[in-house]
Design a protein around this ligand. Structure first.
Ligand SMILES: CC(C)(COP(=O)(O)O)[C@@H](O)C(=O)NCCC(=O)N[C@@H](CSSC[C@H](N)C(=O)O)C(=O)O
Length: 351
């Protein structure tokens, strides 16, 4: 029986404090503004986050533990990436995401016997605790005083549901099925995603990438980011921000970091008239297996699966909406079924 390692469920690293020693480094050449940023250029011209070796050890231990048990592994990314405007970050550009899609989907992968690496925006919603997170319902509202007023208890009306969630949480933790890896900035996200993808290559087609994180499309290169809080008088009272496009990392993920894993990306739009075309364009551009299109306004009720064969809507029915069914309880099993087909197709071509 493989000994369950002691790698922590909650990460030992923290990402929301700025890494201020990558201050204005004038030795870094200006990004070639005119030409498209080369993905390798990005990783070559930027220093990796200082904690990356710690994450590498945790991820390698986690993957080896599950590989020995022939368990499938899902990398679920969740939450929005930030683009700091100062190294001692006071201002930053954020991408919207509460983390619900990722945290909820991670639970359904776990319930379907996958191990999950949860690459998430630090302090965004997490699997299991999302049900009681302070950002939706204050956890104190689930508690009550004991009759003699000396102890805290879970309010009777929440006991049944909370017990179900607690058992699932405890099982995932005790069986080392969930590894939490945080990010805050797009820089941290890209370096960590690349690292995990390369570590996951050992499990090949038994890996699925579920890219629900809301990733910045533009960033401020290290060579141009000021060390301290921008003073309005220094900029004549006006802040003009000159951002560079973020490398199209999805292409690198499909072509080189995880060439035989199944890759699912999300396309987020707010205009329904362009959603399917944009999702199709992403699938054609990156040549991965599935793009799930969703509109910000209706993302909890409907999504559209876009594959090379065509598109298919997944919509909650009114009774399902009324009963607060998670759309992820439908879309994750569908992805798992597609992953089974994917594995079969890889085996048939001798991979
Ligand atoms: C963020 C939401 C909407 C979930 O919301 P919460 O439940 O509140 O967390 C998620 O479903 C989603 O669409 N995530 C993906 C959003 C996103 O940024 N998608 C990118 C594609 S992945 S980023 C890829 C990069 N731009 C590239 O082209 O390489 C896009 O639409 O362009």
């Amino acid at each position: 029986m493989t000994e369950t390692p002691t790698s922590p469920m909650l990460s030992r690293v923290h990402t929301s404090a700025p890494d201020t020693d990558s201050a204005i480094d004038r030795t870094i050449p200006e990004f070639p503004a005119a030409t498209p940023i080369d993905e390798d250029n990005y990783f070559r011209l930027h220093k990796p986050p200082p904690y990356l070796s710690q994450i590498s050890r945790d991820v390698a231990e986690f993957i080896n533990f599950h590989h020995k048990q022939n368990r499938k592994v899902a990398l679920v990314t969740s939450g929005g990436t930030t683009v700091p405007l100062e190294n001692n970050t006071v201002r930053f550009i954020d991408n919207f995401s509460a983390g619900t899609r990722g945290a909820t989907s991670a639970e359904y992968f776990l319930e379907n016997s996958y191990a999950v690496i949860f690459l998430h925006r630090e302090f965004s919603l997490l699997p299991y605790s999302r049900h009681y997170s302070h950002t939706t319902n204050c956890f104190l509202d689930y508690l009550a005083e004991s009759p003699d007023g000396t102890k805290v208890e879970v309010d009777d009306k929440f006991q049944k549901k909370m017990l179900v969630v607690l058992k699932k949480y405890r099982y995932a933790k005790d069986q080392n099925l969930l590894l939490m890896v945080p990010f805050t900035t797009v820089h941290q996200y890209l370096f960590t995603l690349k690292l995990i993808a390369q570590e996951m290559s050992v499990i090949g087609y038994d890996a699925v990438f579920f890219l629900a994180a809301a990733v910045s499309d533009f960033f401020l290169p290290s060579s141009r980011i000021p060390q301290h809080k921008i003073q309005s008088k220094e900029v004549g009272g006006k802040l003009v921000v000159d951002l560079e496009p973020v490398p199209k990392f999805l292409r690198r993920l499909v072509d080189s970091w995880a060439p035989i894993a199944m890759i699912v990306s999300f396309k987020l739009e707010t205009d329904d008239s362009i959603l399917i075309d944009k999702a199709r364009a992403a699938l054609k551009r990156y040549n991965h297996q599935l793009v799930i299109g969703n509109l910000l306004q209706t993302r909890k009720k409907q999504v559209v699966f876009v594959t090379p064969e065509g598109e298919r809507w997944v919509k909650l029915t009114p009774p399902q909406i009324k009963n607060r069914i998670d759309i992820e309880s439908i879309l994750v099993p569908e992805i798992i079924s597609m992953h089974g087909d994917w594995i079969q197709s890889r085996k048939e071509i001798g991979l």
